[in-house]
Design a protein around this ligand. Sequence first.
Ligand SMILES: Nc1ccn([C@@H]2O[C@H](COP(=O)(O)OP(=O)(O)OP(=O)(O)O)[C@@H](O)[C@H]2O)c(=O)n1
Ligand SMILES: C[C@](O)(CO)[C@H](O)COP(=O)(O)O
Length: 228
Amino acid sequence: MPRHYAIVPAAGSGSRFGAEMPKQYLDLLGRPLIFHTLAALTAHPAIERVWVVLAPDDPWWPRYDWSALGAKLETVRCGGATRAESVGNGLRAAATVAADDDWILVHDAARPCLSRAMLDALCAELADDPVGGILAVPVADTLKRADAGQRVAATEPRDGLWQAQTPQMFRYGRLLAALENHNAVTDEAGAIEALGLAPKLVRGDSTNLKVTFPADLALAAMILRGRK
Ligand SMILES: Nc1ccn([C@@H]2O[C@H](COP(=O)(O)OP(=O)(O)OP(=O)(O)O)[C@@H](O)[C@H]2O)c(=O)n1
Ligand SMILES: C[C@](O)(CO)[C@H](O)COP(=O)(O)O
């Protein structure tokens, strides 16, 4: 039986958020934001281990107490210059534990509202899938293409368009090979697609937001508060 592991890239600087520290350490309901992300993953019974990929010189991680998250958690200080590099380095760090056929769930540190139900749906829908897949939501708004003056150049058809989220779940060996050959991608599915494969879109929901701008943090707090 394949095992399930998670990799959490957490080596970003949060430049679009613009805080005095990387957004993954900002306070969210009394805990660092990433605590909520990791709690969702470590609490899931199918996930055996969670590797958190930190920047090599990250001074924030040691300032907090992570013991409530239990023994599944492991930190690796091998974050790279891009998200894809951080994930690739995390996968290599997992090599002594993960086998080629094991499932790897890659989940952004910056998505703290991942729920048990979303994880259950992803794992159940992909259990027998030959490729793997991602959580995603169909695009709900009308899409405009901007010109150089920030005026509407065109209205784009949204039929068939989905917004990619994480976790993105693929077999360890294939994902590692895919990222080694195609690392100019913004998500793992992009590297798998470059192999000519078609990842499955597992419908999630918009509460699994990525905290990118300050308003997202307030929204995340509302979402998590509403679940208590
Ligand atoms: N070199 C990088 C860049 C990003 N990430 C991680 O990838 C996830 C998604 O990236 P994003 O939201 O873009 O985070 P940042 O890169 O921190 O934000 P920004 O692009 O605004 O600087 C985050 O959990 C981030 O920490 C990473 O591990 N290594
Ligand atoms: C992987 C991702 O969360 C899918 O939406 C997203 O692409 C990561 O953020 P980035 O801004 O592209 O690094």
